[in-house]
Design a protein around this ligand. Structure first.
Ligand code: NAI
Ligand code: MG
Length: 358
């Protein structure tokens, strides 16, 4: 299979972990006889420094022509005081919008041998395996007006959703549930927000089309609690943009580190952008200690969702589990009697696994 992949390293540890993903994908290409070509472009702070904008046209155009996009992370203290149009995060929101990446899929699974790396009790998280389906291009992060008024003493943000935006994400979630354990939890704040009331109406309407999926509604505050007190309750969670943003970071404690969590963002034509859930981690950037697993697992999701390469994706996931089974881990994980390694060593363990298995 011949595929063209755009790499957007971004800032901080994004630059380090994207190299890991590239190494792993190159090993997969070699072992499975695929041709993956790579093209690197700037986004975020790196793009601001070079081109004076967080999202250059050349980057957008390259992504639009690619078969898939891998992104590291953007942001850092260097740009924190910039005016809002010159903030690295603008690049991220902009590329999601430009590619119409409305569906963000975040699988969260407790890794064997890492259960005690989480601050949560092992018996609580053991067996948890859930998928958060987050709406990514609507809601309060994109609504206008979003501004300060009356000398900055009054502020307004706007939460807008259209029926079509809700329908397509809800459909995506129902389909995902069909391919998993057939349970869908719709998370909203329907006791307060109009947007959540329409959201619920649409899930109710769609239910008939997916008779094999059991649906429940949970208010977002209760869901936040249940997610860490009873995570095995959940199979697929579908929710709007901001709730999904918060719940997916919360769910990351199930795996023990943000550094373990991949995500996929896809559009209606199947082109996707794959990125770790974590940010640019300025506190550890440049030290070679970042956990590359979230980025590597994001590459696995790319193979599965955008290219339909299930065996190859599974090979990468097995490689990660095999390194963990052998006790290897990066500094962000607490593993008793483990063997702590850096970014390149962790990557090499996974690459070597791929080379010896095939
Ligand atoms: P962060 O995710 O970058 O870091 C939070 C903590 O987790 C830090 O202590 C960091 O060292 C650690 N961490 C994160 N990923 C890790 C990894 N792979 N290996 C080892 N440790 C890891 O979030 P933070 O500190 O809130 O934000 C830092 C910058 O990143 C900010 O500029 C923020 O705006 C940006 N950001 C970007 C995101 C993106 O590009 N998707 C998402 C979240 C934040
Ligand atoms: Mg976030």
């Amino acid at each position: 299979m011949k595929k063209h992949i755009v790499l957007l390293p971004g800032d901080g540890i994004g630059k380090e972990v994207i190299e890991s993903a590239k190494d792993v994908l190159s090993a997969i290409a070699e072992e499975f006889n695929h041709l993956f070509s790579f093209e690197t472009h700037e986004i975020g702070g790196a793009a601001i420094d070079l081109y004076g904008t967080p999202l250059p046209e050349t980057t957008v155009n390259a992504c639009k022509q690619a078969d898939a996009v891998l992104l590291g992370a953007v942001g850092g203290p260097k740009w924190d005081l910039n005016p809002s149009h010159l903030r690295p995060e603008r690049g991220l929101l902009g590329i999601r919008k430009a590619l119409d990446l409305y569906a963000n899929l975040r699988p969260i699974k407790g890794f064997k041998n890492l259960l005690h790396a989480s601050p949560l009790k092992e018996e609580v998280i053991s067996g948890s395996d859930l998928l958060i389906v987050r709406e990514l291009t609507g809601g309060i992060y994109f609504g206008s007006p979003s501004e300060r008024r009356d000398n900055g003493q009054v502020v307004v943000d706007t939460l807008v959703y259209t029926r079509r935006e809700i329908e397509r994400i809800v459909d995506k979630a129902f389909k995902a549930a069909q391919g998993r354990r057939g349970r869908l939890t719709s998370v909203d704040k329907a006791n307060v927000l109009e947007s959540s009331k329409l959201w619920r109406e649409i899930v109710e309407e769609k239910k008939a089309q997916y008779p094999d999926v059991a649906v429940e509604y949970v208010l977002v505050d209760a869901a936040a609690m249940k997610l860490i007190t009873n995570p095995t309750h959940f199979d697929v969670i579908v929710t709007e943009n901001m709730f999904g943003d918060i719940l997916s970071d919360e769910a990351s404690v199930l795996t023990g580190s943000l550094g373990m969590l991949p995500s996929a963002s896809i559009n209606e034509s199947g082109v996707g952008l794959y990125e770790p859930v974590h940010g640019s981690a300025p506190d550890i950037a440049g030290k070679g200690v970042a956990n590359p697993v979230a980025m590597i697992l994001s590459a696995a999701l790319m193979l599965r969702y955008s290219f339909g390469l299930d065996d190859e994706a599974k090979m990468i996931e097995d490689g990660v589990q095999s390194a963990l089974d052998a006790g290897f881990h990066t500094a962000d994980l607490r593993v008793e009697n483990g063997r702590q390694v850096g970014t390149t060593e962790m990557t090499k363990l996974i690459v070597d696994f791929i080379k010896t298995q095939t």
